[in-house]
Write a protein that binds this ligand. Sequence first.
Ligand code: NZQ
Ligand code: ZN
Length: 390
Amino acid sequence: MENFTFCSPTKIIFGKDAELKVGEELKSYNCKVLLHYGGGSIKKSGLYDRVKASLNENGIDYTELGGVQPNPRLSLVHKGIEICKKENIGLVLAVGGGSVIDSSKAIALGTLYDKDVWNFYDGTDVPTKCLPVATILTIPAAGSESSPSTVITNEEKALKYGLTTQLVRPAFSILNPELMYTLPKYQIACGAADILAHLCERYFTNSKGVSLNDRLLEATMKETIIAADKIINGEPEYSDWATLVWCSTMAHNNILGVGRIQDWGSHAIEHEVSAIYDIAHGAGLAIVMPSWMDYVKNNDISRFAKFAVNVMNVDNNFFNQSETADMGIKAFRGFMQSIGLPTTLKDAGIPKDRIEEMSIKCFRDGNRKVGQFVNLTQQAVKEILENCAE
Ligand code: NZQ
Ligand code: ZN
């Protein structure tokens, strides 16, 4: 097990009607709040009215900014920063999914900075201060509700860059599984793919002596698959939604990732795909991740066989290790298809002609490595994308 420091200070308020506590929870911050949200789902569901009522009842002064798009854009972040500076905002309240939360984190960073917040994303500068962020989550997916990360799209440059800093971990996050009931099935599937990818990025490691977290990761992957399948293809109960929501948070607050070197190659590749083609992050991962698995499996075939048996329920009594590993990857890809996700670029309507460009951009002019389970070359990234083209 590798040395580690773990601190996830986000207070989690979980359960039915939890969003009604938001006003009371915000009182102790004693500041004006920016209420930040997306394209309208919270208005349609009635959540917007309930949140506003709770703020009003508790005397919380606020202003609002909606319009966050999936793959959140830098231009709206700039607008949010301007509002926060002008109106002396002290906390950003994100009501929505990963995109709204990531946009809120960017606004919170940029409000206390006098240059362009993009500097933090492209590595020109390192943040030292951030306004507190709080969240009311509406989709189990990105895990941003307790992660130290934010991912923003610079639409002018067609770049999608992530930033990780402990400064952006939310102060508190409200998770009411019932708020997810209005999600379209496709979004639930994209969310499940992202949760599984966060677990896989941690699971596939070369670190030794990490069996406890191996088992916890396997359990969380299995529960994600069972819950997502029931929600999308069956007749879900509250507990299925509650499980999926908790898997989302557990998958990415890094409690399951400590003590091991993590991979993150699939995420790096996927971000290049969604930066150009603006597809849902989870859909991109459903395409890239199985192809990545095929490419890297021989680095540790026994780990892939273990994944096949312990997560994908492959019966290893009849097969050798390599066949078992292959069946696990096949079952993983099959699961993505069973919940309605694309598993090739073609399925998602993405042509092959910019694969070379994506494989080059992924390395940011040689300024970063792609993948730590297997350190990928540009040629490798290109092959992974070509292998899932159609
Ligand atoms: O905008 P609205 O109208 O709210 O609609 C959203 C959006 O269209 C809709 N939605 C959300 N909750 C709903 C709902 N519709 C009906 N009922 C509800 N309860 O779902 C759509 C997708 O929302 P989005 O926030 O984009 O989804 P997600 O949570 O998957 O976030 C994706 C973003 O997070 C980034 C991704 O790259 C992507 O940009 N990630 C952030 C991470 C982090 N900060 O730690 C880690 C991840 O790996 C990921 O990269
Ligand atoms: Zn992700």
